[in-house]
Design a protein around this ligand. Structure first.
Ligand code: ATP
Ligand code: MG
Length: 336
């Protein structure tokens, strides 16, 4: 963490500083960016943390992202944007008025940064910009000052994080669980997301159960993170919990918890206990506004499971969440 704090040079350097954070999915880019934002944003005249930019653009469009940035960095409440080009010029003008700290999280196209006016000339001296992405190549196409590669956790850190989730203490409670924890951590390749999900799945299970799940984990190649996370999905208590997980991954991320519960309840899915079980397993979370959230790797895993099932069962879709697919499904149905 100290490395990236000095790269960012808050309080020490007086020019504009743009730092890229990159690394594979689930390694902790957003976590690092959030920690820096929480630590430093109050020392700036204005600040903005735009989470999941790639996903938000796909779901809500670029203008909505521009409006979020504008509303964070402006004094005025007038932040409506008529179209993307207009948005770029309004954002540039506002950025020129104040020393800002801006975090643009999970960018997957250079165009997203252009549309948010992330250009050195837009910023007042002393401003700081953090960009997180899985795609290092994307950062190389930009005038970033430095790139911080998030490293996988070493064994000691991994055991601590794993133990914290599994046993609520920084170290496993006895030698037997320590040995088993080392074996699980070994299969996770230093990836915090995998520790979190797998420890929540193994918590309060017998050592016999751990041994059998570790055997399964060891058969999965090191880089197949999604397959490893799937062990936790497969191990849910019943099909109802699995259906709820798949429904949330396809339709309900970012929706109000109460609304999702009403929808699931109308399908006889017992949402109170089901969602509680998913939260305990770290498969879903909820934010301060009580909206349901799911890590993007877990979301992709859910959608991949739905996709596989669809291919298996004579081409019938169990869930359709992309508008282009719904058009295809309706066309197929009308041709039958
Ligand atoms: N240093 C850490 N200490 C504790 N938990 C961590 C740490 N880094 C990451 N995590 C946990 O691991 C999970 C994945 O981290 P995060 O969402 O930051 O990954 P990411 O690199 O942004 O992934 P993606 O590319 O999919 O957006 C989070 O739930 C987070 O709580
Ligand atoms: Mg992220």
């Amino acid at each position: 963490m100290q490395d990236i704090i000095s790269l960012l040079g808050v309080g020490t350097a007086h020019d504009v500083c743009i730092v890229g954070i990159c690394g594979m999915g689930g390694i902790g880019k957003t976590t690092v960016a959030k920690a820096l934002y929480n630590k430093f944003h109050q020392s700036f005249e204005a600040s903005s943390f735009l989470p999941d930019v790639g996903e938000t653009m796909q779901n809500n469009g670029m203008v909505s992202l521009q409006e979020s940035l504008l509303s964070d960095i402006s004094k005025t409440s007038m932040t409506e944007v008529s179209h993307v080009d207009r948005g770029i010029s309004v954002i540039s003008n506002r950025l020129r008025c104040r020393r800002v700290f801006v975090v643009i999280d999970d960018v997957n196209q250079v165009e997203q940064l252009k549309a948010l006016a992330i250009d050195r000339d837009s910023f007042v001296l002393g401003s700081r910009v953090l960009i997180t992405t899985r795609d290092e190549h994307l950062l190389k196409q930009l005038p970033v000052d430095s790139i911080y590669q998030v490293q996988v956790m070493d064994e000691e850190e991994s055991i601590k994080l794993f133990s914290l989730h599994a046993f609520k203490t920084y170290w496993p409670p006895n030698e037997e669980y320590l040995k088993l924890s080392r074996r699980v951590v070994d299969c996770c390749g230093g990836l915090p997301l995998a520790f979190k999900v797998l420890s929540s799945f193994l918590v309060q299970r017998s050592t016999k159960f751990w041994v059998s799940e570790i055997k399964k984990l060891q058969t999965i190649p090191p880089l197949e993170v999604q397959e490893k996370l799937k062990i936790s999905f497969d191990g849910l208590n019943d099909d109802t919990e699995r259906v709820i997980f798949l429904d949330i991954s396809c339709f309900h991320i970012g929706k109000e918890m109460d609304l999702v519960k009403q929808i699931l309840d109308s399908c006889d899915l017992f949402p109170d206990s089901g969602i509680e079980a998913l939260i305990q397993r770290c498969l879903v979370t909820f934010n301060k506004k009580n909206k349901l959230m799911m890590h993007d790797l877990l979301r992709d895993m859910g959608r991949a499971i739905v996709g596989e099932k669809c291919r298996d069962s004579s081409g019938k879709w169990s869930r359709v969440w992309r508008s282009e697919d719904s058009v295809e499904v309706l066309r197929d149905e009308s041709n039958q």
